[in-house]
Design a protein around this ligand. Structure first.
Ligand SMILES: Cc1cc2nc3c(=O)[nH]c(=O)nc-3n(C[C@H](O)[C@H](O)[C@H](O)COP(=O)(O)O)c2cc1C
Length: 200
């Protein structure tokens, strides 16, 4: 299937935070005036934690976001490290942490239902509170790909297998193209071109 048309749907980029875990998502969508849905891979620790606590918050990333935040929340697991120790955080009204810096808004949610999608769970949640955090331009998924030249890891629902390119052995970032420029620096973790391996 040619799925390039799906890239024209406009998504944002968000962090879903729950009690001990948080991850980057692009699948958060408002579906009614006070309800949102989000698809979380069952292998992501955040999925288990949302199932347990039934509460989460979402922060909307701005274009000014530090790429270290995306690298930590989008390419490493809360199973292995406490992501919140690395950044300054605040607590929402449910005592769930979130990063405030370079975020556009905070959306606090309570899960009311879920749908099993085989590899992912769609959580349906009621919005209980929101707060504007800044007026900076929000990061769209399109901007993330075009300007930040960044990729989506295999556990994201919108992951597309790259055809040809070079993978960063540190964070998994994939440069798509025939030749990797000698002075290329990984936009996610800052690793040099020598750390990249060719993928056929
Ligand atoms: C741009 C981007 C979009 C992503 N979208 C999703 C998503 O919608 N759902 C999801 O389950 N994972 C998504 N991911 C992958 C998770 O953020 C990633 O697997 C994370 O390491 C999971 O962390 P955890 O194990 O602490 O939950 C995305 C990652 C990136 C970088």
């Amino acid at each position: 299937m040619n799925n390039k048309g799906l890239r024209k749907l406009s998504y944002g980029v968000y962090i879903i935070n729950t009690i001990n875990s948080g991850c980057i998502v692009n699948t958060l969508t408002q579906v009614t005036s006070d309800k949102v849905i989000v698809a979380i891979n069952k292998d992501n620790y955040t999925n288990q934690m949302i199932k347990t606590y039934k509460k989460f918050n979402a922060t909307v990333l701005t274009q000014k976001i530090n790429m270290e935040v995306i690298q930590t929340f989008g390419f490493t697991s809360s199973k292995d490290n406490d992501k919140y120790k690395l950044f300054q955080t605040e607590k929402d009204s449910n005592n769930i942490p979130y990063i405030k810096e370079k975020m556009a808004s905070l959306i606090e949610c309570e899960v009311i239902n879920e749908i099993d999608l085989d590899t992912h769970t769609i959580f349906i949640a009621k919005v209980i509170n929101t707060e504007i955090l800044s007026d900076e331009e929000v990061m769209t998924y399109d901007y993330y790909h075009k300007v930040k030249k960044a990729v989506t890891p295999p556990k994201a629902p919108t992951y597309e297998k790259p055809k040809k390119g070079y993978r960063c052995k540190i964070c998994g970032y994939v440069y798509e193209g025939e030749t990797l420029p000698i002075d290329f620096v990984c936009p996610i973790c800052g690793a040099p071109a020598s750390v990249f391996e060719k993928i056929e």
